[in-house]
Design a binder for this molecule. Structure first.
Ligand code: 2AM
Ligand code: CA
Ligand code: CA
Ligand code: CA
Length: 266
């Protein structure tokens, strides 16, 4: 993808994301339908679906040959990353959206032949746009984000962890998580994977460890973090597979290698 078409796609996508943010803020004023998916913790609302549909329509009007993968399934079933693929989460942090009316984001990652080219994460109520284009740095509301401090270690790190780690699980030894929490400077839990990636890029948290994230939870965030020198892998250090769910660790290089030693699969 040449730089001119990448820049125009970024400008276009960003305008659509801002417009989608306005749609969400407008729909929040009225009543909206809330449904559950897998269980009572897994929410979806009319607003999630309308926002995904809005973005899909915009993309398909201008880029009819691009594929669109989205959480709520209004796009097509994407089975390969060939060509250009938009990976979107219309509301990341639906639980926050419903219960807190803030702390949720729109996440859009654009991949070309499997390579992450553009990442946008928009904190809708804070009106903060995080953006990155591969090789061109990451920005928060047009201010360039600084490269991560690669010497910072776990002892000095705030780690994003979600509370599922407090429960027994099939994948990881709990004791290793306990040791990790004891070693780190502190933990935080924000309820939006996309924002946790953005916060790593911004340098306000230092790592994120999370189970079974879908492609739309990570697609934009990985690009953003990459632009400031951070690493995102599966817990065994292997690259993520954007056609599946992944258990993910993300941090600067020093903390990333420490995390690999702490987090042991069962
Ligand atoms: P979502 O709000 O788009 O569903 C919550 O800790 C974070 O995990 C959010 O980014 C949320 O995305 C994501 N998540 C992924 N799978 C989930 C699930 N089954 N239930 C709730 N949150 C999930
Ligand atoms: Ca969801
Ligand atoms: Ca999500
Ligand atoms: Ca979502």
């Amino acid at each position: 993808m040449d730089n001119r078409s990448k820049q125009s796609m970024l400008d276009q996508a960003k305008q659509w994301v801002y417009d989608a943010g306005q749609l969400i803020r407008d729909m929040m004023e009225g009543p909206y339908q809330i449904n559950t998916k897998k269980d009572h913790k897994d929410l979806v609302t009319e607003v999630d679906e309308a926002t995904e549909q809005f973005l899909l329509n915009k993309i398909k009007t201008i880029y009819p040959d691009h594929q669109v993968m989205g959480e709520e399934g209004v796009g097509e079933d994407v089975e390969s990353l060939e060509g250009t693929v938009w990976i979107i989460d219309p509301i990341d942090g639906t639980m926050n959206f419903v219960h807190q009316r803030r702390f949720f984001a729109i996440s859009v990652g654009i991949y070309h032949e499997g390579i992450g080219e553009i990442g946008l994460i928009y904190d809708v109520m804070g009106d903060v746009m995080y953006e990155a284009a591969r090789g061109q740095g990451a920005y928060k509301n047009r201010r360039r984000l600084q490269p991560l401090d690669q010497t910072k270690t776990l002892e000095d790190a705030l780690i994003g962890l979600n509370n599922v780690w407090a429960m027994p699980n099939r994948r990881l030894k709990e004791t290793t998580i306990h040791q990790l929490i004891a070693k780190a400077k502190g933990t935080r839990s924000y309820g939006s994977a996309a924002l946790e990636f953005a916060f790593i890029a911004e340098g306000i948290i230092d790592a994120y460890v999370t189970m079974r994230l879908a492609p739309w939870d990570v697609a934009a965030g990985m690009i953003l973090v990459n632009e400031v020198g951070g690493m995102t892998t599966q817990i065994d250090g292997s690259p993520l597979d954007l056609l599946q769910k992944n258990t993910v660790i993300c941090a600067n290089q020093a903390i990333h290698s420490e995390l690999l030693t702490y987090i042991e699969p069962k």
